[in-house]
Design a protein. Sequence first.
Length: 220
Amino acid sequence: MPLLTILVLATRNQGKTDEIRELLKEYPIEIRNLDDFGPIPKIVENGATFEANAYKKAALTARYLGFPAIADDSGLVVEALDGAPGVYSARYAGEDATDAQRCQKLLDELGDASNRKAHFECAISLAVPTGPALSYSAECEGLIARQPSGNNGFGYDPVFYCPEFEKTFAELSMEEKSRVSHRGKAFRELCAEFDNVLAWLKRHMPTAEPVGCMGDRNDC
């Protein structure tokens, strides 16, 4: 199947990139991420919702690079913490914290609470350089484990227990996780109408204008 377009993932997170490449591997697109390009201005994720942050990242990345861009904003919502860390999931333990430090802060904040209910939320935005975007969203229910377990995945995966598999996300294979995860569900919504998505991209991507000759027509 011929390549139809390049899609830029508005992230430098290799774990997220690998996961999304796996989800979209059957489609005639080339997936790149921000590491495949030169520096672009930092995008401040200051939206009040996952949807707002996803759109801002996708729209600005598409504008800066000239390619359609996909961004997702995902986070963990813990019932006993009144919805925290929510949109601050990536910055919950500080801007430069590691995944392990974020997981540990979450466990420390939750302590011995008996209510361990939580869910992941994912909002996806697919934007073109001129601004229009398509949006998708999904959730995944689970529990916060008492301690981290597993070495796969990224983020809060070691402490997010999935009842369906009776394992944490970090103990699942990428294929297993994609079947049940918030990101997997949202991307399957996108994939289910991908022919329409490609047609939408074709309609909304700006067309390069031909450049005429500056001199005599005989020199063209």
